[in-house]
Design a protein around this ligand. Structure first.
Ligand code: BTN
Length: 250
């Protein structure tokens, strides 16, 4: 079992923000875990709904892997969390590029990776890997805007399961991260990704683009075919087009 220093909170603004503060004093890898967040941060400047019932955790990492591979840390985490969720609930957990985890067709986990880049040395000083998982249904249910798109691993509380999820995830993550030259996790990321082969939409420079997702390269960039041209997407968000006649053929 991976041993890591942990900072535990019942409530915090954001575990990513706390991990950022810790980066000033902690030279080793540490973990910040909270039962709820009052200002949970999501990707693309969004907020992350973080009531009791979830696990909100951030790993402060000091990676030695090559700078060009840093973005793969998020991929490692999504594969580690996918495996963790499957092992606790025996249901298939899938990944939606880039790093959302889906259960029963709804989002159950989101990941936000932040970092501090040292331009003089051309390497990252630290990376903060923030993971939010809906473990139990929130007591008041999900708010209207999330009802149809979010889910939890379990409908009601199970004693001790959050601790198991944290320790299984930690072991799963570090076994990939510490052996990153073994790229089996990338194959799993591709095989379990729900966007491949689908018609998708994405927004770039305020413009809506329509394309078909065809592959994921060694840096986890999404390859799409748009108007007959091959394009590589490396960030942002894609929406799967569900009412397309092309998708219904698959
Ligand atoms: C997303 O789906 O947009 C990413 C959500 C990431 C949420 C986690 S919860 C723990 C950590 N602390 C935060 O403030 N955000 C991340």
């Amino acid at each position: 079992m991976k041993k890591i220093k942990k900072f535990l909170f019942s409530e915090i603004d954001s575990t990513n923000e706390y991990a950022k503060q810790l980066s000033r004093t902690e030279t080793g890898d540490v973990m910040v875990i909270a039962s709820r967040q009052t200002a949970g941060k999501g990707r693309l400047g969004r907020t992350f709904h973080s009531p009791d019932g979830g696990i909100y955790m951030s790993l402060l990492l000091h990676p030695t892997l090559p700078t060009e591979k840093i973005s793969l840390i998020t991929v490692m985490a999504s594969v580690a969390m996918r495996r963790t969720i499957e092992s606790v609930c025996q249901k298939e957990a899938l990944i939606k590029w880039v790093n959302d985890i889906y259960l029963d067709g709804k989002k159950v986990c989101g990941i936000l990776t932040e970092g501090s880049f040292d331009a003089e040395n051309n390497k990252f000083k630290y990376i903060i890997l923030g993971v939010g998982i809906n473990v139990f249904e929130p007591t008041d249910g999900f708010p209207d805007e999330l009802k149809n798109i979010a889910t939890s691993i379990f409908p009601t509380k199970i004693d001790g399961i959050k601790d198991s999820i944290i320790s299984v995830f930690t072991d799963n993550f570090f076994s990939i991260y510490e052996n990153y030259e073994n790229t089996d996790y990338l194959n799993e990321y591709r095989e379990k990704n729900i966007v491949l082969g689908k018609d998708i939409e994405y927004i770039k420079d305020n413009e809506l683009h329509k394309a078909t997702a065809t592959g994921i390269d060694g840096f986890a960039n999404l390859t799409v075919i748009e108007n007959g041209k091959k394009i590589s997407l490396n960030a942002g968000e894609v929406k799967i087009v569900t009412d397309s006649i092309f998708n219904s053929k698959k």
